[in-house]
Design a protein around this ligand. Sequence first.
Ligand SMILES: [Zn+2]
Length: 367
Amino acid sequence: MSNNIDPYNDFMQTAPVQYMNREGVLQESGKFIRQWGEKCLVSSGETAWLEAGDQIEKSLSGSGLPYDLIRFSGECCDQNAKKIVHEAKENGADLIVGVGGGKSLDAAKAGAEFLGSPVVTIPTIAATCAATSPMSIMYTLSGEFDRNLYLKNNPNLVIVPPKVIAEAPTKYIQAGILDSFAKWYEGRTVFPKLEQPSLFASSSFELSKLLNEKLTNEASDTVELVQSNKVGSSLIEVTNTVLFLTGVIQSLGQRENRGAAAHAVHNGLTVLKESHELLHGIKVGYGILIHLLLEDRSDSEIRETISFFEELGMAPSLKKLGLPGDDDHLRAVAEKAVDDMLMDYMPFEVTPRMVEDSMRTLEDMVG
Ligand SMILES: [Zn+2]
């Protein structure tokens, strides 16, 4: 029997230990962070620190928690995670606080994992559920995907500052919303085909219905709020959906109710170097539309989804996303998408030809 523990397969981890999302939370962040350590190392992205640093510093000082600050830049890679470990050891820190976007938070979580310390995340954008998940997506120093690093625990404390998220560029919340939506579109394809879904898979599916309802009703409002840099109740609800609920659905569904064509097409798009500039969620949004076409959903449903995504600010075609759409590129994307293990979760066989045809159909529909 192996002594190794595999956090992905051996047990379930569903949510962060503590989660907060309310106005003014940064001003009192110190007293909540202090619960988890005697001295902390803050690792923050540059822009994130300009937005949130002042309030965090004041609050840490005010609560008497000593801290050191390092800048995060570049990729979430082993080198950056080890730098965090090194700095923490140098400074005698027993707690890591990550501030910023997905890569910065993933690096802080990986650093804490290697160090064996608790971790606090402070997301300054809501483009993914990195703030709450028990996983870091590791890249090489030059930005190639390396591996998924499954962690011993979800973050100990997540502090979401809605004002900072409202003041970030709109593309981040748009991407976060579309990536969350995939939980519903993929779930309703995968779940009904499970022969004996577990309690956990069923829970994840029920929650994805709620997610769909929430985003359908409140996503447009939220995008408008972020466009005018305002906080409102829908922004809080939608960021909770993107940052928290999506992660819970993912964790509950981990082994059964999985991603499918929308994410497989996302992974296919990564063969286009032009796509590397686009946020994960934006590519997933495109993948959702291809997913619907592959399933042969009704023309009216597909058209409604396209106009809804456009209302959310997404450009729903290769042309509008600035990606090449000639035959060779389409074939390369389709082959990579079909090769992806997530495509196997589709309840019927998907061929590269079907993906290519769907991509062409979408271009014709959107123009
Ligand atoms: Zn995703």
